[in-house]
Structure formats: structure tokens, C-alpha cells
Design a protein around this ligand. Structure first.
Ligand SMILES: [Zn+2]
Length: 389
């Protein structure tokens, strides 16, 4: 066991913020999360946790960490509590931060820093919440999970199956919700619809195949899909109670006097919890089938990122009830995606609940308030004690 003395809460926070862990699809911004993982490994092993660190198979140089303490569950049964979070942050807007994003700064009764709310700081909260507990007396296992690349591909969360015997009964993901339990959110898919026609002189339309004209027809079918999603599926808990479809970007052609040979549309869809991604894709392809038939080979649909399914934890589940009692808030839906569907796939009841506000996430001068620190630590401690104590 390590002889490290655990730093104070603020010092842990400071070190987490000071360890850059930006993930970004733009390679010049992308940084390994190794430093954050090593800090967590050091601190958690000093508390007696068994620490496993795995380099991602799909993303070299990025790491997941799982720290475990307490009795091993018998015969592979689901047991104990998993407290989970991501170690990466988004990039920062150089000109818009008024402070150094990597220096934890206390001012205006706030702690500023990149990842202070979303969500490296959560790990300092968790460690502070449990540091004075007698962890040798836990009746059920407590596990801390730290993932990589949540902000880009959710690659870390997609590799959780590689941790043998990770079968918690309950999981809490500490994304910033102001400690309000979140029990469901929609999923997210992004597709590129590309029409390839044939160019030609605009004076002879029949000599080519106009990709913009074909896209115009395709958009009509996609509008029908948008309506069908609205008519067929309904979940009243959401502010927008149906799956949405958005046309976000379109580009085609180069000059007014040329027949457009290529037109590309980027669109996203947000399925309700319980909708299978396969079902959504089947609907998309069925609606575009007439284009396929009329213009063989002209249409191509590709996913622009791996889809994220929706997720829901039942309102009457034990974990939702417990989190509502501890936080004093009714569980809500969220309108953003998290790693919850991948954690949920471990077979546990899963909620999202953590300190800080989602309003601060991905914003310059990101912060948490000093006032929320002690109450959040107490609530996390209560969760651990109720589930594992
Ligand atoms: Zn986050």
C-alpha cells in the first residue's frame, strides 16, 4: 500500500484541475488523461482501494480506472455502489476565460477551473466524503470508476465490460446536476446523408443528375420520418415528449451554371429511452428507400459518431427513491446525454447526480460554488453509508 498522505479537499481539487485532460476530435487539442488517472490511483490506493487501470483498446493513451473496496460479491451477484465520472474535459476558449483554466482560483465564493463542475472535481468530492469512514467495515463493495473520452466518443464507457466482475447494484454518475437526481435522458445519433449525382452544364439538365434536386426529395421523406417519430413515440416526462430529428447542416454544389454532383446533409436524432438504435436506423432507411429505388447508388447514409442510446431508471426504483430522500429533490429527466446508458448496461440501477451546475459545463470561467461543497459531500457520504454501510 502507498505511503501517500491524502491531500486536503481543496488540494485534491487543485491538482485535478492542474492536470490537463482535454479530449477533442481535433488531434491538436487532444491530451491523454493519464495524469488525472494517476492522481486518483494514488489517492484511492492510500485509502485501501484496489486500483485497476486499463488503457482503452480503441483509444491508445487514454485510460479508465476502477477502484474497489469492501467485500467481494458472491457468485457474481450485483452488489454495492458504483460512483462514476469522466476524467476528461472539453477544450477551453482561449480568449474567453478571464482566469487560467488550469489554476484552481477561489473568488466570489466560487472555485473556478476547467473541469471544476464538469466534472473532475466530483472525484475530490467523493474522496473527501469517504476519507473519514471506516472502509474496512463496509458490508457491500464500494467502487469508483473514472472514464476517458466522455466528451468525444464515450470510448471509455464503451469498454466497461473489460473490468471483470463489475456488477454493482446501484450506480451514480456525478455529472453536475446541482445534486438533483436525474433518472432519464434521450439518446443521440448523428448521420450524414450524401447524394452523389453527375455534374454537367446547366443548359442541359438531362445530361447530369442533380444532387440538390434529389436531396430536395429526400428531405420530403425525412420530414415524414420526423412526423412519424412525433406521432408514434411519447414520453410525457420530457419537455419535448417525442424523439426529435434536426437538419443541422447542408452543402451541395459549387456554381450556379453547373449541375450539382454532390449534396450532403448532416442531421441528428434524439431517441426516447427504450427505443433501440437499430429501430431508429431501420425507420431512417425505410423512409429513404424510395430514393434508393429511384436513383440506384446515389444515396449513402453514414453515422458520424457511434450512437448513444437513451436511458431510463424507473421512478419507483430503490436508487431513485433513496437519492430523492437524500437530496430532497424529485428525480428529473435531463436534456443532455451522459455515460448512463453504458453504465446501466452493467445491469444496475443508474442515476446521474453530482455537484455543480450543467449551466457551467463547457463554459468559460467554469465554477462550483463554495456553498454547495459541504452539503454535496454529506449527501455522497449518506449514499455510501446507506448502500454499503
Ligand atoms: Zn460531463
Amino acid at each position: 500500500m502507498s505511503a501517500v498522505t491524502l491531500p486536503s479537499f481543496i488540494e485534491m481539487y487543485r491538482q485535478l484541475i492542474a492536470a490537463p485532460s482535454v479530449s477533442c476530435l481535433e488531434p491538436t487539442w487532444d491530451i491523454s488523461n493519464r495524469q488525472v488517472i494517476e492522481l486518483l490511483g494514488l489517492w484511492l490506493s492510500s485509502l485501501g482501494f484496489k486500483v485497476e487501470i486499463q488503457e482503452l483498446e480503441k483509444q491508445a493513451g487514454k485510460y479508465n480506472l476502477l477502484a474497489s473496496i469492501g467485500p467481494e460479491p458472491k457468485n457474481g451477484e450485483a452488489s454495492g455502489l458504483l460512483l462514476a465520472g469522466h476524467t476528461d474535459t472539453v477544450p477551453w476558449d482561449e480568449g474567453r476565460w478571464t482566469r487560467d483554466p488550469f489554476t484552481l482560483t477561489e473568488a466570489d465564493n466560487r472555485l473556478y477551473g476547467l473541469g471544476s463542475a464538469d466534472m473532475k472535481g466530483f472525484f475530490a468530492f467523493v474522496i473527501e466524503a469517504i476519507r473519514d469512514l471506516d472502509l474496512s467495515q463496509l458490508k457491500k463493495p464500494l467502487r469508483i470508476l473514472a472514464t476517458a473520452d466522455e466528451e468525444t466518443s464515450m470510448a471509455g464507457a464503451r469498454e466497461l465490460h473489460r473490468f471483470a466482475n463489475l456488477k454493482p447494484e446501484y450506480a451514480v454518475i456525478g455529472e453536475p446536476t446541482n445534486m438533483v437526481p436525474v433518472r432519464m435522458h434521450k439518446g443521440h445519433t448523428t448521420d450524414c446523408v450524401r447524394i452523389t449525382g453527375r455534374s454537367g452544364h446547366s443548359s442541359k439538365p438531362a445530361a447530369g443528375l442533380n444532387a440538390i434536386s434529389i436531396m430536395h426529395e429526400a428531405l420530403g421523406y425525412l420530414k415524414q420520418l420526423e412526423q412519424e417519430l412525433k406521432d408514434k413515440f411519447h414520453q410525457p416526462a420530457f419537455e419535448v415528449p417525442y424523439p426529435t430529428l434536426n437538419f443541422g447542416h447542408i452543402h451541395g454544389g459549387d456554381a450556379a451554371n453547373r449541375i450539382c454532383a454532390c449534396c450532403e446533409l448532416h442531421m441528428d436524432m434524439r431517441p426516447l429511452p427504450g427505443m433501440r438504435i437499430e429501430t431508429l436506423n431501420e425507420m431512417l432507411h425505410a423512409h429513404l428507400a424510395p430514393i434508393q429505388q429511384m436513383y440506384p447508388g446515389a444515396l449513402e447514409v453514414t453515422a458520424m459518431h457511434e450512437p448513444i442510446p437513451g436511458y431510463e431508471c424507473p421512478a419507483d426504483s430503490a436508487l431513485v427513491k433513496l437519492a430523492e430522500a437524500i437530496s430532497g429533490h424529485r428525480a428529473e429527466p435531463a436534456n443532455y446525454c451522459t455515460e448512463a446508458p453504458f453504465v446501466d448496461a452493467l445491469g444496475c440501477e443508474t442515476i446521474v447526480m453530482g455537484p455543480g451546475s450543467i449551466q457551467q459545463a463547457h463554459q468559460p470561467d467554469e465554477f462550483i460554488t463554495l456553498a454547495e461543497i459541504v452539503p454535496a459531500q454529506q449527501q455522497i457520504r449518506a449514499l455510501v453509508q446507506k448502500v454499503c454501510g
